[in-house]
Design a protein around this ligand. Structure first.
Ligand SMILES: Cc1cc2nc3c(=O)[nH]c(=O)nc-3n(C[C@H](O)[C@H](O)[C@H](O)COP(=O)(O)O)c2cc1C
Length: 252
């Protein structure tokens, strides 16, 4: 099964690769890769994976679907939503949008992964707890891949009651917050060396080095946390005021 994914910090990429290994070892494309659209055009059936952001699809994923709406007509899609704690309808959010553009949703699964909000302490776990979360999720991926291989598709996040849980559990309260955080990237100018790693890695090209320091530009930040978690000098924050832990999958 071909897999198209977005991953800010590596969690979703890891899950996408594990799924691919267990479902025929077909190619895996990030939506940031040039080949992603062609890959979708060439497949009748593919898997679409992304992290849940405030019980919703990340802005960059929503834009990707809206901007390429024509390629989804007639495609069969299985959805994977990774999350830190709670996702009422993480898969349901993209399912509704993709259905609007003519896709058929075969099923979906929610996968718990380590938290990635490196500047907020609330959901932080010990390294061993994170390892256990990943191990349990890999087991869930194996079971789900077996089901997919026998054409049985779990329906996590796709029922009406999931929609209500996602909406009232989080989305209604956090929609405005999420929009606000898009303008929130802050640079500690004492720590920032202007190395430009954040600028190179930003999936929405929302960071530029000006006068030797990282600055947010435009309105497209998708709050994925890649810059915050990969800054070698821990100079960036978004929601919190202080960098606490660099939460990249490769660090676990
Ligand atoms: C801005 C933001 C908002 C998030 N909101 C939620 C959420 O509402 N529910 C949840 O369970 N996890 C939430 N998470 C956690 C991520 O969904 C989870 O850690 C995911 O696996 C990260 O994947 P990635 O490494 O591919 O970016 C959020 C993460 C970020 C950065």
């Amino acid at each position: 099964m071909k897999i198209i994914y977005f991953s800010g910090n590596g969690n979703t990429k890891h899950c996408a690769k594990e799924f691919s290994k267990l479902t025929g070892n077909e190619s895996v494309f990030s939506i940031e890769d040039e080949g992603a659209i062609q890959a979708i055009k060439k497949s009748d059936f593919f898997c679409f994976a992304y992290p849940v952001h405030f019980s919703n699809i990340p802005f960059i994923v929503r834009d990707f679907i809206n901007n390429n709406s024509k390629v989804f007509r007639g495609k069969k899609v299985f959805l994977i939503a990774t999350m830190g704690l709670f996702s009422g309808d993480g898969t349901g959010c993209s399912a509704r949008l993709l259905k609007k553009y003519g896709a058929e949703i075969l099923g979906g699964v929610h996968l718990k992964m380590p938290d990635v909000i490196g500047d907020v302490g609330l959901l932080k776990k010990s390294p061993q707890e994170n390892k256990n979360i990943i191990k349990n999720t890999e087991e869930k991926i194996r079971k789900t891949a077996d089901l997919i291989n026998s054409k049985k598709y779990p329906q996590e996040g796709l029922h009406f009651y999931n929609h209500i849980a996602g909406l009232f559990g989080q989305r209604l309260w956090f929609l405005r917050e999420a929009e606000k955080h898009r303008k929130n990237l802050r640079t500690d100018v004492e720590k920032c060396t202007g190395c430009a790693l954040c600028e190179k890695q930003c999936p929405t090209k929302s960071i530029r080095i000006e006068n030797g320091k990282a600055v947010l530009i435009g309105n497209n930040c998708t709050i994925c946390y890649r810059c915050v978690n990969s800054c070698p000098h821990k100079a960036l924050t978004i929601i919190g005021k202080r960098m606490l832990e660099q939460c990249l999958f490769k660090n676990y």
